[in-house]
Design a binder for this molecule. Sequence first.
Ligand code: CO
Length: 191
Amino acid sequence: MIKKISHIAIVVPDLEEAMGFWVDTLGLRLQHVEYVPDQGVDVAFLPSGESEIELLEPVEPDSGVARYMHKRGPGIHHICFEVEDITAVLARMRAAGVPLINEEPTIGTGGKKIAFIHPRGTGGVLVELYELTAEEPARRLERLNDMRRRLQRGRRVYAAGIIAFLSGLRTAGNGQSEKKSAATKQRGSEV
Ligand code: CO
């Protein structure tokens, strides 16, 4: 029923700065970025084997994630498990009296069906469940293109590394010096 750890989400004050460690130093590859309006966060996905590190930068000061970071500081925010049948898992949680943040699955990043279990029921860890849907790859691409359009329209000031990634300079994941120079070239550009 539980397929794998989908991702471990980490709240960071600044995606670009965070990628200095996770990408340039540790060597993970930036695979996807998107803005999630209902959570007020920019999200970067960095695959590691079958799982991903999900970096969350709160970009709206009154969002839940922003409040979390303000209270607790940066660090691990939640752990997400991919499950086969999210409705069945939620039913099992309810039967066991585990408090749920989402009684019903909602649509999360990339179009996946997600639900959060309250940390009260897990010993202090915010746990996300997600069920992959067939539309997810298309949704991800849509969100990525949306981010590119926002970039072109100059809606926000993006971090240099994200600009490089969205411009296709950071997708190859080749040498770290190449990535660094690409990011450096873009550094300081405001769009
Ligand atoms: Co998540």
